[in-house]
Ligand binder design. Structure first.
Ligand code: AHG
Ligand code: MN
Ligand code: MN
Length: 341
């Protein structure tokens, strides 16, 4: 049984005493985000009874049809975070432009980015979904008015990142740069309780996650790796692999955080103009930092994700992340192909 006495609040206070990475405004921010996730979790649980399933009659900036829960989760996060004085502005996968904290509230020093509802295609079929978030500091010498360019910082400059998974349990997974902690929502107490204070990803794995239906559109190095996985003990990797694909990045990443594995959403030829499906600032950066903090690796198939300088808020990227040795192998295959080696 876990020690039931360590709540999220206590964890944040005690971490600040030890490492000084969670000053007051950041603690408030993380507690507010956790509270918003608790509200979203309740909506998710109600499902049809709460009238939250189904599609809304709108599209987001990415041209994707929005689900009712995409919009609701976005609103919950905005409302919860506007008034506390800890934020200067927010950015979301579901909003075309940044949301600056209105003048009627004090402005703080942090920027919050989120994918309010990850795994939208799984909402109506009662499969795990989640919320992903990333926290940046306002750039030094901050401006009077917050602008989109203030958000365009590489992922290594994040000061906090996490996700909340709405699955059979609701779990919040968080890093502030001192490893990764997991909290489980205790519905009777109404609070997140620490259930793992040091998540670690094994360097090797026999489990891969990729949408195989896109195989014919991949580049050669991606095909090479998956062909080798499928060849099992008879192939060059010398071991049999298993495959998992939830189609909610948050759930696929949580499995990897828990028992290892490799997750891939590579660039493909379906839409060559797009550098990938997943979004750098709302999905790739927070997940890459969590994975690295747990001992794993995360690249865009060629470069460490956390070193990518974003050019725009809604930028997309290829994502290869998880068990370190496998991520290094896939990345090496791409770099070898580039240099003709
Ligand atoms: P979102 O619901 O925020 O748009 O993200 C969905 C993403 C990600 O969660 C998942 O890994 C991927 O899309 C699923 O894509 P496929 O439809 O190719 O399976
Ligand atoms: Mn998403
Ligand atoms: Mn989403």
């Amino acid at each position: 049984m876990p020690n039931r006495s360590i709540s999220l609040t206590r964890y944040l206070v005690e971490q600040q005493r030890v490492n000084q990475h969670i000053p007051g405004q950041l603690r408030l921010l993380l507690e507010v985000v956790a509270r918003a996730c608790k509200r979203i979790s309740l909506c998710v649980n109600k499902g049809a009874l709460g009238g939250v399933l189904g599609t809304a009659s709108s599209e987001n900036v990415q041209g994707e049809v929005q689900k009712k829960l995409d919009i609701l989760a976005n609103e919950v996060l905005i409302e919860a975070n506007e008034w506390g004085g800890h934020l200067a502005a927010m950015a979301s996968e579901e909003m075309e432009t940044i949301h600056v904290v209105p003048n009627r509230y004090p402005r703080g020093e942090y920027l919050l980015l989120f994918d309010p509802l990850d795994g939208s295609s799984n909402i109506d079929v009662n499969v795990s979904i989640g919320t992903i978030f990333s926290v940046l500091h306002m750039p030094e010498g901050g401006h009077n008015t917050v602008q989109e360019r203030d958000f365009l910082q590489p992922g290594r400059q994040q000061v906090a990142a996490g996700y909340c998974l709405y699955g059979p349990q609701t779990t919040l997974v968080l890093t502030v740069g001192d490893g990764v902690a997991m909290f489980t929502l205790d519905r009777e107490q109404g609070s997140f309780i620490l259930t793992d204070n040091n998540m670690r990803i094994p360097a090797d794995t026999r489990e891969f996650a990729i949408n195989m239906s896109n195989m014919r559109h991949w580049q050669t190095p991606m095909r090479r790796y998956i062909d080798e996985c499928l060849a099992g003990t008879q192939g060059p990797l010398g071991k049999d692999y298993n495959m998992r694909w939830v189609a909610s990045m948050v759930a696929d990443v949580h499995r990897i955080m828990t028992r290892g594995g490799i997750f891939m959403y590579p660039w493909d030829r379906r839409d060559p103009a797009k550098p990938g499906k997943l979004r750098l600032m709302y999905e790739a950066n927070p997940m890459a930092w969590l994975i690295e903090q747990a001992g794993g690796g995360a690249t865009n198939a060629r470069q460490r994700i956390l070193d990518v300088q974003p050019a725009s808020l809604h930028e997309r990227t290829s994502v290869i992340l998880g068990s370190k040795n496998e991520v290094e192998r896939v990345t090496a295959y791409h770099l070898q192909a580039d240099t003709g080696a």
